[in-house]
Design a protein around this ligand. Structure first.
Ligand code: NAD
Length: 268
């Protein structure tokens, strides 16, 4: 895709699932990639190996990478992560706020620390990563792109997952507010909103065929999405093909946000 070769992209939570697929896809497109992982270095190393291999196969052997440990719920870690990218590559052009967690609990019983943790990773972490990236872009007078990995729960309520729904609803506002504030300084801010996607966060149903069939029966396209399909949306929004797009959330959900209950008339 246009305009990605030679750019530097930081992907948070890139050691699994959608983040891993994004790292691989952006490397394939010729971006240098900074792979943030939280705990297991071997998972980050696997992403790195796959990304560099894909880049080579796509004829982009000059692609470079860096692995950076860090917890996006911690401000000091975020500052260190962003500084490490700039130190290694001299710039940071594309930030992908992908790291995310969820917690299931009846809303009247959520322990305060569990509530705070989800917001701290999904929303506050995304904001702080964006803040540090924007500071750098403005200081270097560079254009740049921020993409938030939101969710269909940016707009659909999610009982039993209140903190998650709030975090993704907030991500919609984060996307639009930053987009408007920095539109005239060459910084585009967009989001993708995945529907049900086969990744480790959904282990509860992706490892059980019966449960997966139930999940997929609710999706108009009758199947879950793949991480690669999410990564394709990110690559498009990060590229110059999307040069005039800012403040938007791209729903990649097999039709989940189309009010499926209206598929057929309720009464004659
Ligand atoms: P995943 O569990 O494989 O990925 C989440 C990643 O975030 C992991 O690599 C994890 O290590 C990382 N992470 C968690 N806490 C972190 C922290 N404090 N600091 C740094 N990294 C941290 O699941 P996924 O489905 O690939 O999720 C990626 C994103 O996609 C999340 O933001 C999630 O909310 C969003 N999403 C997923 C789905 C889905 O159906 N899979 C749907 C909508 C949105």
């Amino acid at each position: 895709m246009k305009g990605l070769t030679g750019k530097t992209a930081l992907i948070t939570g890139a050691s699994s699932g959608i983040g891993q697929a994004i790292a691989i896809r952006l490397a394939q497109e010729g971006c240098n990639i900074a792979i943030n992982y939280r705990r297991k270095v071997e998972e980050g190393e696997y992403t790195e190996k796959m990304a560099l291999q894909s880049a080579r196969e796509a004829g982009r052997s000059s692609v470079q990478s860096i692995l950076i440990q860090g917890d996006v719920s911690k401000e000091d870690d975020i500052i260190r992560i962003v500084n490490s990218v700039i130190e290694k590559f001299g710039s940071l052009d594309i930030l992908i706020n992908n790291a995310g967690i969820q917690a299931e609990c009846p809303s009247h019983e959520i322990p305060t620390d569990k509530f705070d943790q989800v917001i701290a990773v999904n929303l506050r972490g995304s904001y702080l990563c964006a803040r540090e990236t924007i500071k750098h872009l403005l200081a270097q007078q560079r254009s740049g792109v921020i993409i938030n990995v939101s969710s269909i729960h940016e707009i659909i309520p999610r009982p039993m997952y209140l903190s998650y729904a709030i975090s993704k609803g907030g991500m919609g506002s984060l996307t639009k507010t930053l987009a408007l504030e920095y539109a005239n300084r060459g910084i585009r801010v967009n989001a993708i909103a995945p529907g049900a996607t086969i990744t480790p966060i959904n282990e509860s149903w992706t490892t059980d065929l019966e449960k997966q069939t139930i999940v997929e029966s609710h999706i108009p396209m009758r199947r879950a999405g793949t991480s690669d399909e999410m990564a394709a949306g990110v690559a498009f929004l990060a590229s110059d093909e999307a040069a005039y797009i800012t403040g938007q959330t791209l729903f990649i959900d097999g039709g989940l946000t189309l009010y499926a209950d209206f598929r057929e008339a309720w009464s004659a």
